[in-house]
Design a protein around this ligand. Structure first.
Ligand code: ARG
Length: 571
């Protein structure tokens, strides 16, 4: 946030001339809500005036007067407004320089990468459970997690994505029991749907047959002891599931650096349990070992039968990550229903002295809901990701037949477009609101070509590309000269570009890809307003307008890329 830093310096320097000691941390700089209040604004004069009991407007005036504008690269004017706000107006030359930088992608990326400066971040995301089809809840974790990974990466962090797949625990004893009892197929022929059915059947039957639960427990005990039959069946379930998950990742265009399922930590659990007990933060309770906390319920480290828990495995996971990667930050992209679990995990890591509290973040994402309520079928069954994707493909094909869409697409182009639009639309819906909020799943809005949607951004990008293709200046990344009269539509658009870096940084600090999603929508809206009112090709302003078009395309391309969404050249 170079600009904000520069503005702070300008204010401090102006203060010095007035014999005012201004402390940097007192200066708050924001974008005013309305354009006629400038590009940035600060209330520092009001804060200082309050301290010294003087008139804030007068003080603001003196600060403004001592800011030197001649030779200033950044500012065109400064003004006092309201009760003593100081408003800053950026120079068009500066705005253009910022836009040019975005067009020279390497320069822009170099500048961005100075932010993280090689710090290390581990992100735990996606993490589906084996023997179940990939669900919509894990889709959220995957989409948001991947976007956050991309955002930190572009900011120069070393990012490590780790997929903490659920493949261990009593439930897999139950699954083995169910396979032993009811499966009639050859193990090699089992599908993920079969596994889900068997697991559901197990729970249904267990309601009337209590012995089953014991059988499940016995099979898990066998699994833990390394019984070869139990292991073979369990491994098969993993293999089937991973193939399925891989297909989903491929379709979504997601790549996660590592898969360390919960079972990966099996041989590390004893040691971690001992270490935590030795620290003296545990207590025996009815044969089990628990960690107690001051302000929340205890966590179970070891069950009374000696087996470990999800909590134990998460403790071993932190230790492994710290020892292997030495991260500055660990982010968990997991649903809000696990809020307590992660508070317990983080507090324990802190008590153990492994990791300071602020080094661990749980992005507790909210639920996906229909406008009418819970996200499930009419019968109340869960909706699988594949059904959602099929439906999105269908809707995207409808878009492909709309009159606004390019009629000259080849069959392959059309196919690519349908896939990119379908996947992009679903992802954008997931990413466009703050992760902590619930998301409403409304097909009309998700697929809308003129609303706040993925397809709208893809369409705007393709529009820019089509304009560029008509111009002789299309390859030009900068402009020949700064125009004398920039009209309102041009200015409104030009004033979006310098904010791009700020928005990427803000998204990282708030762990919210929505900051970027909203920004892209705002850029696209400004472009479309400009496009509706101004001719571009063969006008005397063509050079500048093509420059604006080109920058819009660059911003949308880079921005959608960060969100893990593809752009399409023609649409
Ligand atoms: N597999 C878990 C679930 O679906 C999520 C795991 C999240 N990561 C973690 N380190 N606990 O509920």
């Amino acid at each position: 946030m170079k600009i904000v830093e520069d503005l702070k310096k300008i204010i401090i320097d102006a203060g010095k001339k007035l014999d005012l000691q201004i402390v940097e941390s007192d200066i708050k700089i924001e974008h005013p809500a309305a354009v006629n209040f400038g590009d940035y604004s600060t209330n520092i004069a009001m804060i200082l005036a309050k301290k010294d009991k003087i008139n804030p407007r007068e003080l603001a005036n003196s600060v403004c007067q001592s800011i030197r504008l001649s030779n200033n690269q950044l500012l065109e004017k400064v003004e006092v407004a309201g009760a003593g706000f100081i408003n800053f107006y950026l120079k068009p030359e500066f705005l253009i320089k910022e836009a040019e930088e975005i067009n020279y992608e390497i320069e822009f990326r170099n500048k961005l990468s100075e932010n993280g400066n090689g710090k290390i971040m581990v992100i735990d995301y996606s993490a589906p459970n084996i023997a179940k089809p990939f669900g919509i809840g894990h889709l959220r974790s995957t989409d948001i997690g991947q976007a956050i990974y991309n955002i930190y990466k572009i900011l120069g962090w070393n990012c490590i994505g780790d997929n903490h797949i659920g493949d261990w625990g009593t439930q897999y004893g139950k699954l083995v029991a169910a396979i032993k009892k009811w499966n009639e197929k050859d193990l090699d022929e089992l599908t993920i749907e079969d596994l889900e059915k068997l697991y559901v059947k197990f729970h249904k039957e267990a309601e009337t047959d209590e012995k089953l639960i014991d059988e499940g427990r016995e099979w898990f005990a066998k699994l833990e002891k390394g019984d070869s039959e139990a292991r073979k069946i369990w491994q098969k379930c993993i293999d089937i599931s991973l193939i399925e998950f891989e297909k989903v990742y491929e379709l979504l265009g997601v790549h996660i650096d590592f898969i360390h399922g919960e079972s990966f930590y099996e041989d590390k659990l004893e040691e971690v349990t001992k270490e935590i007990i030795k620290k003296g933060i545990t207590k025996k309770s009815e044969g089990a070992v628990i960690v107690e906390f001051e302000k929340m319920p205890p966590a179970m480290l070891q069950k009374s039968n000696g087996t470990t828990t999800y909590f134990t495995r998460d403790m071993a996971t932190i230790k492994y990550r710290l020892e292997n990667w030495n991260p500055n930050l660990i982010i968990y992209e997991v649903g809000v229903d696990q809020e307590l679990h992660f508070r317990q995990v983080f507090e324990t890591a802190k008590l153990m002295g492994w990791m300071p509290d602020q080094g661990m973040i749980h992005i507790a994402h909210g639920l996906i809901r229909w406008t009418t309520g819970k996200f499930s079928t009419r019968k109340g069954d869960t909706i699988h990701l594949s059904e959602v994707i099929d439906k999105a493909m269908e809707k995207a094909s409808e878009i492909a037949n709309k009159s606004v869409v390019d009629k000259n697409l080849t069959a392959t182009e059309k196919e690519e477009m349908i896939k990119a639009v379908a996947i992009g639309a679903i992802k954008f819906n997931d990413l466009a609101s703050d992760p902590r909020k619930d998301v409403i799943f409304d097909w009309d809005q998700i697929m809308s070509l003129d609303g706040d949607s993925g397809p709208y951004l893809q369409y705007t990008y393709a529009r820019c590309k089509s304009v560029l293709n008509k111009s002789k200046d299309k390859e030009q990344k900068n402009i020949s000269e700064v125009p004398q009269n920039i009209n309102n539509d041009e200015m409104a658009l030009l004033k979006e570009f310098y904010k791009f870096e700020e928005k990427i940084i803000e998204a990282s600090q708030r762990y919210s890809p929505a900051v970027i999603a909203e920004y892209l929508l705002s850029v696209a809206r400004k472009y479309n307003e400009f496009y509706a009112k101004n001719r571009i090709i063969d006008q005397k302003e063509e050079n500048f307008r093509i420059f604006l078009t080109r920058t819009t395309a660059s911003v949308i391309d880079t921005g959608l890329n960060l969100l893990g969404i593809e752009t399409i050249e023609k649409m």
